[in-house]
Write a protein that binds this ligand. Structure first.
Ligand SMILES: [Zn+2]
Length: 257
């Protein structure tokens, strides 16, 4: 009677808590005393009103699915029920540049999802409890944002890229800006397509430069060299993996299409 939802969508104990408190046996209707307080009587009247429409039949009880319009359970109905209360309005869908190899796109996706093992990400997952200052400069917490967007090495690389691509210097508020930056520049469609991919290639190359050279091998990281790698690697991929097969190195260096 009280515990399972049967008359309305929620159990009656939740809809009529004062009456439920008065129950001697919580499975049926047996009071410790008669309801007499105002709120108890109000609940009692409401319950009587609800029960007015109920016809009790002499048939065995059965379970019904209350998550959908019809009372039949199905996996589809369960799926619809589960996602019905989820708010997808702030869902972020990444557009992958078609000409960039999947490893770079996957890497960028992991960056945006904070899935790369920076010290701060490891600390968040309770797998690292020591100092999380940047392993390269120690100026800030070692996060994906710091390493790839605003560290000294990254800033210098992004500055070179903005000059090469003839756009205003990048301002990154979060790592998400790495995948959306190309949208904010008033450049031609080919340049936009190129810039979109270059952001991915650059993020990949900055990480490789910082991690391989700076953190693992402890050798000096040279932003200008990373930039040159980005330029040549992206040229190779853009020319061979996009429809612009006639692009020459000179045009690429001038960022003219
Ligand atoms: Zn740093």
């Amino acid at each position: 009677m009280w515990i399972d939802p049967w008359l309305i969508a929620v159990p009656l104990k939740d809809r009529f808590p004062m009456l439920f408190n008065l129950e001697k046996d919580k499975r049926c209707l047996e009071w410790t005393r008669t309801p007499n307080a105002v709120v108890e009587l109000q609940e009692w009247n409401d319950l009587i009103e609800l029960l007015d429409d109920v016809i009790i039949k002499d048939t065995p009880d059965k379970w019904v699915w209350m998550g959908g319009n019809n009372k039949e359970f199905s996996v589809k109905a369960l799926k619809e029920f589960l996602i019905s209360s989820v708010d997808f309005s702030d869902r972020f869908v990444m557009q992958w540049p078609k000409w960039v190899p999947r490893k770079c796109c996957m890497f960028m996706w992991r960056v945006v999802m904070d899935q790369i093992p920076t010290l701060s990400a490891l600390q968040t997952r309770n797998t690292f409890s020591e100092d999380v200052s940047c392993s390269m400069c120690g100026d800030d917490i070692e996060s994906a944002y710091h390493l790839l967007c605003v560290s000294q090495v990254a800033s210098e690389v992004w500055f070179h890229i903005s000059r090469w691509c003839k756009v205003n210097p990048f301002i990154f508020i979060s790592v998400k800006d790495l995948v959306e930056a190309h949208e904010f520049y008033n450049v031609g469609s080919v340049a936009k397509e190129a810039l979109h991919g270059i952001m991915h290639v650059a993020t990949w190359c900055i990480c490789v430069g910082i991690v391989l050279h700076g953190i693992i091998c402890s050798i000096e990281v040279k932003p200008k060299e990373i930039f040159q790698d980005i330029k040549s690697l992206s040229f190779l991929w853009f020319r061979n993996r996009s429809k612009y097969r006639n692009l020459c190195w000179k045009s690429w260096c001038k960022f003219e299409f």
